[in-house]
Design a protein around this ligand. Sequence first.
Ligand code: ARG
Length: 395
Amino acid sequence: MVEYLEKLWAKAENFYRDYYLEKGLGDPGFRLAQIKAEIDTKGTYWQTYAELEYGAKIAWRNSNRCIGRLFWKSLKVRDLRHINEEQDIFEAIVEHLHLASNQGKIRPYISIFRAEEPHLGKSIRLWNSQIIHYAGYEQSGQVLGDPAEIEFTKICQELGWQGAGTAFDILPLVIQMDEQRPKLFDIPPKAVLEVPLSHPEHAWFAQLGLKWYAVPLIADMVLEIGGLHYTCAPFNGWYMLTEIAARNLGDAHRYNLLPLIAKKLNLDTHSNQHLWKDRAMLELNIAVLHSFKSVGVSLVDHHTAAEQFIRFTAQEEQEGRQVQADWAWIVPPMSGSSMTVFHKNWDNEVLTPNYFYNTPIWKAATTAETSSKICPFHINSQKEMANQSKELELS
Ligand code: ARG
């Protein structure tokens, strides 16, 4: 406990020094004294909206794996720390979807719910990886839908959810308040902007019945600002083309569409030397780009995104900050060497504020359940949370 508070205080101190310096706010001494007193009496402290907003934006700027960071200042920050009921969280998230979708002209938003208080066993968690994601069903060795969600789909089914059984069933939202049983909510179809996929030259493409959603709204990362952990802080940007076309639809362990597209293109798939995967991947990308553009939904192609990232790095250098970046994530998954980012190198130190991975609560729950027969919905105990707080620091 003492150790936890000491860490919280040390992190708060670092954050406020950086914040006051960067914003030219003078000496943070007075504010820090307030925070120290608050931590001593309550074991946590309350950040002002300005601090929260700055922290969330800097966390984006510090996201080493994100190629879209040129736009970090434009993040719209929703302060939802007063909310205390699952139903209200659900409604606020549906509203987030509307605000972010903006009829296709996607705007980056973050919705921040109250910070975790591990010493009191208080933590809000979304069990989903993204607010909108398609279910995956394993049926006699075959997969229908998104294989990345097979495990989580099973969990939802165990909690009483039933999908329609298509390749694009939107998973329900699973919200857990503190140590209570998680609650399930269906996302209203009206809140979900989706784009049917077609190809500008191949009419057969539309017949495949493929689609993807417009707003990638990450649900499972923890926003850390000044030592506080916002465990429920879903945020979105717009998609980069290759995330959908090369990875989600193309990866062999995801929708695995390259063999099908190649067949439709009458390519010879028997030898690598025909480069059928490369050709199929290119057509898949052409289709996704064409589809999003033709319905007016924001999406950035990888070449433009890579150029924007280079502008971001130049801007940062001008501000006297050294860019931290993860090369393997920044370089897009196709045509890498045709982009300047391929030929660069960056330090990859993880700064805070930042968005960190967290063990999905249902994974922690299922492992503990099998090993110690603890009810999976009550695993979220103080000890568990303290462990997770430790894990966060390592990632
Ligand atoms: N790669 C993830 C996906 O394909 C989304 C990650 C966030 N992406 C973004 N453009 N903000 O769903």
